[in-house]
Ligand binder design. Structure first.
Ligand SMILES: [Zn+2]
Length: 94
């Protein structure tokens, strides 16, 4: 995936999930939306083929644990929000 496609897909992901685009470290971007008094963050794998990833953050941007990232993979954007909630519901804190 080239960077322009990546940015376009992030924008589409934000629109589909009613989230907002947030800047992540290293030139990466994610999509953030509120959930349960915290935030869900979605990121898209730019360098590989993992597709979408999701993790939960608190209001200070701290992840719930070191193993916070759950792989959603590739899915239709209209399913992305639900798939993120499912992935996080299955997440086990270590
Ligand atoms: Zn966790």
């Amino acid at each position: 995936m080239n960077y322009a496609d990546y940015l376009r897909e992030i924008d589409r992901g934000a629109a589909a999930t009613d989230g907002k685009v947030v800047s992540l470290a290293g030139g990466y971007f994610g999509v953030q939306f509120p959930a349960d008094g915290a935030y869900v963050v979605l990121a898209l794998d730019l360098d590989g083929d993992q597709g979408w990833l999701a993790w939960a953050e608190d209001g200070d941007g701290e992840r719930c644990c070191d193993a916070a990232e759950e792989v959603i993979g590739h899915c239709p954007l209209e399913q992305l929000r639900n798939r993120a909630f499912v992935a996080l519901a299955e997440h086990v804190h270590r």
